[in-house]
Each structure stands twice: as structure tokens, then as C-alpha cells.
Design a binder for this molecule. Structure first.
Ligand code: ADP
Ligand code: MG
Length: 725
């Protein structure tokens, strides 16, 4: 019944007849109002002013803004845009936009197209319907959006509608951050300042700026849209909350990097074409480990741009899927029993000349820089592992973290053998003099290749050094990378400042910077080395060992989120002007509330599915069996051996009872939790009691799936969704 060949001639011809674009280089970025376009379309002095404003982070005067707005609108209208929208990233985790037509009424029945500098620079969407975690109550509902000049405006096409999207920050009327972009921009500034400061201290003369770089590897599933719409759980929450694992999962390892099926290839091509037009450097694509799972990895970019682009990637993936009658699932764990999806967030720092500060160098100076930045990151992770863990906490990601496929909730750092040895030598005092020769002899210069090799052997580490960058692997596939990046920037800024102070203190005594650096590194390593771990993160031994080392292990989001409101976290974010106490507390509350909502939605969805789909199917089959038993007995008389049928019937009846009773228990649990006013306690109650019951219920339903007549089973099964292409 459900098993149809999903691809029809019409879809295939969509892929085949779609007008082929020329070489990518000819249309890359054509739908963005980027620097190149600005240079072309703006008068020279306006262009210079805007470039200055981007670099110096200043505000444009109104006249310049008007000139830019005029050129931008003209460009967009030529591309078919009728509307503009301030595009922002509220705390919902997705993007928001409010469209305004480019029209100005000029008479009784006439309009002209107009777009002013004021409209470009600032908007006032009603903030009251976005999560604010209490900020709104205290400071009124008004919020405004402010143009982020560092991320190019772009054209969004949706059906026949075309809109100019202007990336903006979203702030309350009193300047409080209501979005994910504002703190990221602030954290970029913080890490940039601290990095520049320490580089100067180490003797760099001509570095003018430092910025964080991000490369998020995006995993996703694709299934046929028909199946998707037959599963209320997928439509409502992105995850199959019931469903038995398929007989064949990923054990044959025949999917990873395998050849890509036609339908998927066409989809990828189409999706990437859209991304290329929007200037998103979608570089790599491949099959992932699980059936029907794929990955897209972009070339890394400056952090703010990378965050915007990742939002565009997630959006585009889902939009384009519809055209191919596919559904793109970004959920962290859509299918129990097979791998979930993550987003490996590659993070590094670069100077204004494009030098990667985590790149082991060829010269003694480069090596020293590398060591300092490396130690700063390790120290940051050691000191703030709890905040890092909290930054990726969500109801969905809990299904994945620690499930022996993704990193555990214990945040440790993987360095690889070579680098571990080098740091060990430094700590043991084997390198005593910081002469150029000794620093070169440390072996750092020969690191990249060696450590890259060994990194691939450890996919279990949540935070791995992979040759010239750190790869934070605990981020969920559906999450915005903004907050994890904000946290990394901020904690590294703090560590850089801390190291700078220490080095300075030492230097005042001895004078030789390199020597001081080595001494400081030696001292620091003694403190921070508990966070270093090269072994298998999935083992029980590691969990025990990590406990001995006093590394935090917050297995669930409600517990993990508390790390955001410790005095340590509040003071850190306030000190670096990334988030004030009020702002950070509001974020904690938003995340807790979101957890409660996500879990409650799933609980309701599960109850609905059980009562309106699973139980009716099971009882129909029960009926059929009963009729068969009675009929057979009538036909064959007492001699009929009905043991199998009777056994099946008993099993069915028992499972039906269990489904019903567990469903009731979930209901009671939800009601009890709703009566609790403290959000933290409510979340913990739902997590500890209701979630366990939901898992139990799933067990019964999945047993029923194996018993009930396939024709009667109302939901597409995993093997249908994952293997029919
Ligand atoms: P690996 O094979 O070690 O995973 P790749 O070069 O394939 O390394 O990169 C994987 C991801 O890491 C890509 O998305 C890439 O853009 C990103 N990446 C590479 N260098 C950096 C960097 N300096 N900063 C941030 N991300 C980076
Ligand atoms: Mg990777």
C-alpha cells in the first residue's frame, strides 16, 4: 500500500529539463549585493565610506545610506524583487523576515518604487511574539533590526515571489540582544581584541586585525515527501518517535562515501546551484554513514558570514527538497537505531593577512604563536567545558550526545599523539631553552600531515584538533552555530588575556618573550591537562576516568543549561561585553522553555499517534485474528491446533494494554509537570519521568509494528523511508 516507487516521470523531467547553468564561476554570488557589486554600482566615495564602515564598525551617515539604499533597490528590482525584508535570527533558532513592498504611494492610483536609507538601516518588527526570556516584560515589546553591513544583502526566490533580504541584528528598544547575531558580533570583537593584544606582546608588528573563522559541516537526511507527510511525528517534530529499526541499518558500511543515487544527485546539484548564487561556498558533498544521510561542507569563512550562510544552507536544503518531492530532515536523531546528524563546527582564528593562527608554522615565531593559541583554546575548554556543553543543549540533541555515535556529554580535547608528545616534552622541561633551534626542534613544523592522519582515527572526541583548526563535534545538525561560536570566541578571548597577563608578568623579570612563553605553557599544562584525552570517548572507562579528573558530565539539557547562569558564566560574558547578566539569564530561560515545549509537543504527538493510529491498527488485527480463530475452530472442530494464533492474539492484547496504560502514565506525568511553576524543575521532571515513559511506550509500539499485518500498519516504516529511492 505505502510502498510506491517514489520518483515519477514528472520529477525526473524536472531534474533533467531544468535549465543548466554555465560554469559556477560565472554565476557565483550573482544574487548577493556583495563588495564587487557595490564597487560597480556605487559612486566611489560612497563605496569607500561603506568599506570603511564595515572595517571600522561604524554607522553610515544618512546621505550615504540613502545612496546605498537606492542602488541596492535598483539592483534588486532588476532581479525581480518586489519586496525587501530585514532578515534576522531571533531566539527561535531559525531566521525571521517581515516583507515590505518597495512602493511609495504618490497619488490616488499611483505608486513608485522607493527604498530609503532609513529603511535599509533600521526596521521595527514587533518583538512581542519572539522569545525574549523575560527581557520583553521588563523593557516593553518594541524591538528593532539594524543592518549588518558585513554580511551582504541577498535575493530570496520562493515560488514566483522575489525578496531582497537584508541581514540585520535584532535588539530591544533599550539595546538588549534579542537574537543570535548580536552576541556573536560582540564576541568576534572580544576575541579579535584579545588575540591582537597577545600577538603584539609576542612581537608581531604588522598584524592589524584578527577574526574567527568557521566551517560548519552540515549533515542531513533525505526521504520521500510522500512518506514524510504520512508521519505526523516527522511533520510536527522532525523525528520518528516510533518505528522499529530496519533489518539492515548501517552495519555493512556500504553507504559512507558511496556513489550518490540519481535522485539525490539531482537534488544536490539544484540545491548547490541556489547556494552558489547566494555566494555560499558549498564545497564538499557526500553520503554519510547512515542510509539516506548526507553531508555538505562549505569552505570556511569569517564567523559572522559563516553563521548567516549556515542558516541559508539549512533553509535552502529544505526548500529545494520540496521541488524534488523530497523532505530534508535536519533533526539530530530522526531515526532511532541508526546514526543521527551533527554539525562539526570547525573553528580557528585568522589574522588580517589570512594567516591561520592555529597553523603550526615553519619559523620559530610561528611555532610560538601556534603554541600560545593552542594552549589558550585548551585552557578555555578546560575552564568552561560546562558552558560549551550548555551551548549545544537541546531536547533533540540529547538523543544524540552520548549515544555512542556522537561525542559524549563530557567535553574533552583531542590533540593526537604527536602534539601530545610535544606538549609533554615542554611540560617535563625537556625543552629548557627557547632558542630558535630548540623551538624548531620541538617538531611542530612537521605537524600538519601527521596530526591530520591521526585525527581521522578518532571520531569520538567532542573537541578535536585537526591539524590547523579545532573541530567541535557536539553541535546538533539543526542548531544555529551562532551560540556555540559565540561561546568559543568568548572563552578563548578570556584565556588569551589570562595568558597575556602571565607572560607579561614573567617578561618583566626575564625579558626573553619566547622563554617566558615556554615557562607559562609548562605551568599551565599542569593545570589544564585533565581535559586532554586521545582515547575512545565512547567507553565506560572514559566516563569513570573523566569523573576522577573532575570533568563535568551533564547528560541532559536541563542539567547542562544551568551552566549558563553560574556566577562564573554570567561574569565572563558580561566582562567581555558579549551578554549582560540580564541577557544571558534570559537566554538560559529561553532554552529551558524551549526544551519544555519540544518535549511536550513530542509527548502529545506520541499520544495522538498511539490513540488514533497505532491502537486502531492493532485492534483491527486483533479482530481479524479472533475471527480467524473462531472460524477455524468452527470449521475444524476441537481438533484444530490454534496455539500459534492464540499466542499471537495474547501478545497483541497484552501490548495493546501496555500502550494504553503507558499513554495514560505520560498524560499524568505531563499534567504533574504543568502544575510546577519553576521552569527548571518542570524541565527536569519532564526529562526524568515523561521522557522515560515515552521511551517505554515506543518499545511497545515497535513490538506491535513487528506483529501487526503490514497492510494495516498506518505509518511508513524505517526500511521504506530509508531504502526506497
Ligand atoms: P578535515 O579533512 O580535517 O575535516 P577539511 O579541510 O576537509 O579538513 O575541512 C573540513 C571543514 O573544516 C571544512 O568545512 C572547512 O571549511 C573547515 N575548515 C578548514 N580550515 C578551517 C579554518 N581555518 N577555520 C575554520 N574552518 C576551517
Ligand atoms: Mg569533519
Amino acid at each position: 500500500m505505502k510502498k510506491t516507487c517514489p520518483i515519477t516521470a514528472a520529477e525526473r523531467s524536472y531534474a533533467v529539463e531544468k535549465e543548466k547553468s554555465g560554469p559556477v564561476s560565472e554565476y557565483y554570488g550573482e544574487d548577493t549585493f556583495n563588495i564587487r557589486v557595490m564597487k560597480n554600482k556605487l559612486p566611489g566615495d560612497t563605496y569607500n565610506k561603506i568599506i570603511d564602515a564595515i572595517h571600522e564598525n561604524t554607522i553610515l551617515d544618512l546621505e550615504t545610506a540613502n545612496t546605498v539604499a537606492h542602488a541596492m533597490a535598483k539592483w534588486a528590482i532588476e532581479k525581480g524583487a518586489t519586496h525587501f525584508a530585514h532578515w534576522f535570527q531571533p531566539m527561535t533558532g531559525i531566521t525571521a523576515e517581515k516583507h515590505d513592498a518597495f512602493i511609495d504611494v504618490t497619488g490616488a492610483s499611483s505608486v513608485i518604487e522607493r527604498f530609503s536609507g532609513k529603511q535599509l538601516v533600521q526596521g521595527e518588527p514587533d518583538a512581542s511574539s519572539f522569545p525574549s526570556g523575560g527581557i520583553r516584560a521588563t523593557f516593553e515589546a518594541r524591538g528593532y533590526t539594524a543592518w549588518d553591513m558585513s554580511s551582504p544583502a541577498f535575493i530570496r526566490r520562493n515560488g514566483i515571489s522575489t525578496t531582497l533580504c537584508i541581514p540585520t541584528a535584532f535588539i530591544s528598544f533599550t539595546g538588549q540582544a534579542l537574537d543570535k547575531k548580536t552576541p556573536l558580533l560582540r564576541s568576534n570583537r572580544a576575541v579579535s581584541k584579545s588575540a591582537l593584544n597577545i600577538l603584539k606582546l609576542l612581537g608581531s608588528k604588522d598584524v592589524r586585525g584578527v577574526f574567527a573563522t568557521l566551517g560548519p559541516e552540515q549533515e542531513y537526511f533525505l526521504i520521500d515527501a510522500d512518506y514524510y507527510y504520512k508521519r505526523p511525528d516527522l511533520v510536527m517534530g522532525g523525528r520518528a518517535i516510533v518505528g522499529a529499526p530496519p533489518p539492515k541499518g548501517q552495519e555493512l558500511e556500504d553507504q559512507y562515501f558511496g556513489s550518490i543515487k540519481e535522485r539525490v544527485s539531482s537534488y544536490m546539484h539544484d540545491m548547490e546551484e541556489e547556494l552558489f548564487k547566494l555566494g555560499v561556498p558549498a564545497k564538499t558533498r557526500h553520503n554519510e554513514v547512515a542510509p539516506s544521510q548526507f553531508e555538505l561542507a562549505p569552505v570556511f569563512e569569517e564567523a559572522n558570514l559563516a553563521v548567516d550562510h549556515n542558516q541559508i544552507v539549512m533553509d535552502t536544503m529544505q526548500q529545494v527538497a520540496k521541488k524534488h518531492r523530497l523532505a530534508c530532515l535536519l533533526h539530530e536523531k530522526p531515526f532511532a537505531g541508526i546514526n543521527g546528524s551533527g554539525k562539526h563546527l570547525n573553528w580557528s582564528l585568522s589574522d588580517n593577512k589570512g594567516n591561520n593562527l592555529l597553523n603550526p608554522g615553519q619559523t620559530p615565531e610561528d611555532n610560538i604563536h601556534f603554541l600560545v593559541f593552542l594552549i589558550a583554546v585548551i585552557r578555555a575548554v578546560y575552564k568552561h567545558a560546562d558552558i560549551i556543553r550548555a551551548s549545544v543543549g537541546s531536547y533533540a540533541n540529547d538523543h544524540r550526545l552520548g549515544a555512542n555515535e556522537a561525542p559524549p556529554a563530557i567535553i574533552s580535547v583531542f590533540l593526537g599523539d604527536q602534539l601530545t608528545r610535544i606538549l609533554g616534552d615542554i611540560e617535563a622541561g625537556k625543552v629548557s631553552k627557547a632558542s630558535d633551534k630548540e623551538i624548531i626542534n620541538l617538531g611542530i613544523s612537521s605537524l600538519p600531515i601527521v596530526s591530520k592522519d591521526s585525527t581521522d582515527r578518532n571520531r569520538t572526541s567532542p573537541f578535536a584538533f585537526t591539524g590547523n583548526k579545532f573541530e567541535f563535534r557536539a553541535v546538533g545538525s539543526a542548531q544555529s552555530i551562532s551560540f556555540p561560536a559565540t561561546v568559543l570566541n568568548t572563552i578563548v578571548a578570556e584565556s588569551l588575556d589570562y595568558l597575556a597577563e602571565k607572560i607579561k608578568g614573567r617578561c618583566d623579570k626575564s625579558g626573553n618573550v619566547n622563554q617566558c612563553v615556554l615557562t607559562v605553557i609548562r605551568e599551565e599544562l599542569k593545570d589544564i591537562k585533565p581535559v586532554l584525552f586521545n582515547g575512545d570517548n565512547y567507553t565506560m572507562e572514559w566516563e569513570k576516568e573523566a569523573a576522577k579528573r573532575k570533568l563535568p558530565n551533564y547528560k541532559t539539557t536541563p542539567v547542562a543549561l544551568k551552566a549558563l547562569i553560574t556566577p562564573k558564566a554570567l561574569d565572563l560574558f558580561e566582562k567581555y561585553k558579549v551578554l549582560s547578566h540580564v541577557e544571558l539569564k534570559s537566554r538560559y530561560l529561553i532554552h529551558i522553555e524551549r526544551y519544555i515545549k519540544d518535549l511536550s509537543i513530542e509527548a502529545k504527538c506520541l499520544q495522538n499517534i498511539c490513540l488514533s493510529q497505532i491502537l486502531p491498527a492493532a485492534t483491527s488485527y486483533q479482530n481479524r485474528l479472533s475471527e480467524a480463530i473462531l472460524g477455524t475452530r468452527e470449521a475444524l472442530g476441537k481438533s484444530a491446533d490454534l496455539s500459534a494464533q492464540l499466542d499471537l492474539l495474547k501478545k497483541l492484547a497484552a501490548l495493546v494494554n501496555q500502550v494504553y496504560a503507558t499513554n495514560q502514565a505520560i498524560q499524568t506525568g505531563v499534567e504533574k509537570a504543568s502544575a510546577v511553576h519553576d521552569e527548571q524543575k518542570k524541565a527536569e521532571m519532564l526529562c526524568d519521568r515523561v521522557k522515560t515513559k515515552m521511551n517505554e511506550l515506543r518499545g511497545y509500539v515497535d513490538e506491535l509494528e513487528m506483529l501487526v499485518d503490514d497492510e494495516l500498519w498506518p505509518l511508513p516504516k524505517f526500511w521504506e523511508m530509508l531504502f526506497i529511492s
